[in-house]
Design a protein around this ligand. Structure first.
Ligand code: GRE
Ligand code: ZN
Length: 327
């Protein structure tokens, strides 16, 4: 299918590249991976052409600024990344858009940078890589904490999506992965970490205060669609400190937007489509961690997606979510 829009598509700047090294695959792949993730011109555009992706919304690689403990330094790196994306969009305005990188140490500063990126640079939203490490590496913040309520008010007011991207748990909180570092990252731990963060948001009441918030998550929903029925079923017996006014599933179905990034699988897609309305599902690749050709090869050909849904999920839903004005 031509004309697809994809929006979990990463690039790196020199300052954020190193943290990604563990994930790039075998060391033999690092050189090529490095070229792919730094490039914002011909190489990337050629892959987009090859796989029918008309527009890619760029974002900084994970964990990006979320692992920079110093607030000022994180802001410098975020701004540098954001400027780099703005330049790429200016060079190729019909092929790229951008999601802001945000340092989340200080909710007011984060809201300020998001506002600047959306209002002045024309960014379409933001991508944040899970919890923020603040001050020292063992101090982390999740965004359901009360201090982030004003930040969410700004996201709601700007009416742009917030993409919650995975990151790996930090060693001091990861005892249960002991001896199994492979389990901590993309094969499983990414989804555990991101789903917990997403569910914490649901349980915080933030969607009661700001019902128009749009949270994107990738990888066909970080395993939440598969578990959603059971969450609500069990919470009829034990709600403990759950602060949402409505059942959790209501928030997931209304406030969450789920993408195919890095999960090109019929069974998982069927489950997601069963749980979420087809207006809440989107095509994404997750380049360069995934090949765009693999993402598109599956998406364009699988018969679990009707042709009408293929166009909707591959393009139309993204035009609406991102408020894009393509012809
Ligand atoms: C991602 O961006 O989704 C990602 C990483 C690192 C490894 C695998 C992966 O950031 O999918
Ligand atoms: Zn990704």
């Amino acid at each position: 299918m031509k004309g697809k829009i994809a929006f979990e598509e990463h690039f790196a700047i020199e300052e954020t590249l190193g943290e990604t090294r563990n994930f790039a695959g075998d060391s033999g792949m690092w050189d090529e991976f490095t070229e792919q993730i730094l490039d914002l011109d011909d190489r990337r555009l050629a892959h987009m052409d090859e796989s029918g992706i008309e527009l890619a919304v760029l974002s900084l690689n994970a964990p990006g600024v979320q692992c920079i403990t110093d607030a000022d330094q994180a802001m410098d790196v975020a701004r540098k990344g954001n400027e780099r994306m703005a330049e790429a969009v200016a060079r190729h305005p019909d092929r790229y858009a951008a999601f802001a990188a945000l340092p989340m140490h200080d909710p007011v500063a984060a809201a300020g940078e998001l506002t600047r990126c959306v209002r002045e640079l024309g960014f379409k939203g933001c991508m944040v890589n899970g919890f923020q490490q603040v001050g020292n590496p063992d101090n982390v913040k999740y965004y359901d904490l009360p201090e982030y309520r004003d930040f969410w008010a700004t996201v709601s007011e700007l009416d742009v999506p917030f993409y919650l991207h995975p990151r790996m748990q930090i060693p001091s909180r990861a005892e249960n992965y002991e001896g199994h570092p492979w389990l901590m990252s993309a094969p499983w731990g990414f989804a555990v970490e991101t789903s917990i963060h997403a569910l914490r948001l649901c349980g915080s009441g933030v969607f009661d205060d700001h019902p128009n918030l749009k949270i994107c998550i990738g990888h066909l929903g970080e395993n939440i669609p598969f578990g959603l029925w059971r969450i609500d079923a069990r919470m009829r017996f034990s709600r403990r400190n759950y602060r949402g006014k409505r059942p959790l599933g209501d928030y997931f179905r209304e406030n969450f937007h789920v993408t195919t990034s890095g999960n090109f699988n019929d069974a998982a897609f069927r489950c997601t489509l069963d749980v979420l309305d087809h207006d809440k599902i989107y095509f994404c690749a997750d380049y360069p961690f995934e090949k765009m050709e693999d993402a598109a090869g599956w998406y364009d050909n699988t018969d679990v997606i009707s042709n009408e849904d293929r166009l909707r999920i591959g393009r139309i839903n993204a035009l609406n979510l991102l408020n894009l004005d393509l012809d």
